[in-house]
Design a protein around this ligand. Structure first.
Ligand code: GYE
Length: 322
C-alpha cells in the first residue's frame, strides 16, 4: 500500500513537471518500469524513446521515464530515484560502459532487476544486470567494412584513405563499431585509416570533425566512416563547401538508418547506411514482464539489422519511422 501511495505521488509530481510520460496510473499498471534514457542527441535516440513510451502504453506498463541529457551522473541519480520509489524493474541505456557498479549494487540489494537497453556496461562484478536488449554493434562495424571492401573492388582502388568520426568515447557502440570495422579492414592492405576523432554522436561535432579533416588531409580523403547519421549529416555540407561531392569524390558510410539519412542515400550523397534499429520497446516490455513473474530471460537479445547502400535499389526502401 505504502509503495502504491509513493508511486502515485511521484507520478503526479512527474506529470506536473512534464517528465512523466505514461498515461497509465501506476497503481493500476501490471508493473512499474523505471527507464533512464541517455538524452535526445539523435533521431535514433528520439525514435527509441518514442517506441518505449508507445510500447509501455500498449502493454499497460507504468513507465517512469527520465532523460539524462547525456550525463552519467544524471543517470545514476535517476536509478537511485527508481530504487527509492521501489519500481518493479529498472532499465537504462548507459551513456558509457564504466562506472555503474555502486548504483547497480544498490539496485541488487533492493531486489530490483535491471535491464540494459541499447548499450552495455563493463564490470568485474557478476549479476548486476539481468540482460541486454540492443544491437550487435560489432557486426554493424563489420558490415560497414565489408561494404567498403566491395566498393573498393568495384572502383578498382589501390589505396583507400579513411577518416573515422566516432560516437561517444567509451560507449559500447563507439567501441564495438570501431572494433568490427578495424578488424575487418585489417586484412586488406589497401585500407589506411588516417585518423579517428570523437564526434560524440552529435551533428555539430560531425561538422567540426569534417572541417578539421578537410583542412588537414584535403582531397586525399577517400572515405568517411561515421558512427551515426547525425554526425554524417553534419559532415556533408563541409565536404560540399570544400568543393568535393559526397558520395562521389568521397565514399560516405553511416550507421543508424534514420529517415533523413535514407533520403540523402537516395540523393546519392551517402553510399552506405548500416541499419541500427531503435525499436527495442516491445522486447523491453516482454522482458520486464518476465522478470516481474520470476521467469528466466535471455541474457542478450539482438534485433535483426540490414545494410542500405548503392548496391541495392534504394528507391524501394520504405518509410523508416525514425
Ligand atoms: O547509433 C546514435 C545514438 O546507442 C545505438 O546512440 C545508439 C547510438 C546511435 O545517439 O545515433
Amino acid at each position: 500500500m505504502r509503495k502504491r501511495i509513493v508511486l502515485c505521488v511521484l507520478f503526479a509530481a512527474l506529470l506536473l513537471t512534464g517528465c512523466g510520460k505514461s498515461k497509465e496510473e501506476p497503481g493500476d499498471a501490471k508493473l512499474v518500469l523505471g527507464f533512464s534514457q541517455i538524452g535526445s542527441e539523435s533521431a535514433w535516440r528520439i525514435g527509441n524513446t518514442k517506441d518505449i513510451e508507445e510500447q509501455a502504453e500498449a502493454y499497460g506498463i507504468g513507465l517512469m521515464l527520465e532523460n539524462a541529457n547525456q550525463k552519467q551522473e544524471n543517470q545514476i541519480a535517476a536509478i537511485r530515484r527508481f530504487i527509492a520509489y521501489q519500481v518493479d524493474v529498472i532499465a537504462f541505456s548507459p551513456v558509457v560502459e564504466e562506472g555503474w557498479d555502486n548504483v547497480l549494487k544498490e539496485a541488487k540489494d533492493a531486489g530490483i532487476p535491471v535491464i540494459l537497453v541499447d548499450r552495455d556496461i563493463n564490470t568485474e562484478q557478476e549479476g548486476l544486470t539481468t540482460c541486454l536488449i540492443g544491437a550487435d554493434f560489432y557486426k554493424e562495424g563489420v558490415m560497414a567494412a565489408e561494404y567498403l571492401i566491395r566498393k573498393a573492388d568495384r572502383l578498382g582502388l589501390e589505396q583507400v584513405n579513411i577518416v573515422e568520426i566516432t560516437g561517444t568515447e567509451n560507449s559500447t557502440p563507439m567501441r564495438q563499431r570501431q572494433a568490427g570495422f578495424m578488424d575487418t579492414i585489417a586484412a586488406d592492405s589497401r585500407m589506411c585509416v588516417l585518423e579517428s576523432i570523437d564526434g560524440d554522436f552529435l551533428k555539430s561535432r560531425g561538422e567540426e570533425c569534417m572541417r578539421y579533416y578537410l583542412e588537414k588531409y584535403g582531397d586525399t580523403i577517400d572515405v568517411v566512416f561515421s558512427h551515426n547519421d547525425e554526425m554524417t549529416i553534419g559532415a556533408l555540407p563541409e565536404i560540399e563547401n570544400a568543393g568535393l561531392a559526397p558520395g562521389k569524390d568521397i565514399i560516405i558510410i553511416s550507421i543508424d538508418g534514420g529517415q533523413e539519412a535514407i533520403n540523402v542515400l537516395k540523393e546519392g550523397k551517402i553510399n552506405c547506411v548500416v541499419e541500427c534499429t531503435p525499436k527495442l520497446g516491445r522486447e523491453l516490455m516482454e522482458t520486464a514482464l518476465k522478470l516481474k513473474n520470476g521467469e528466466q530471460v535471455e541474457t542478450v537479445i539482438h534485433p535483426k539489422e540490414q545494410v542500405f547502400s548503392d548496391e541495392i535499389d534504394v528507391s524501394q526502401i520504405g518509410p523508416r519511422g525514425y
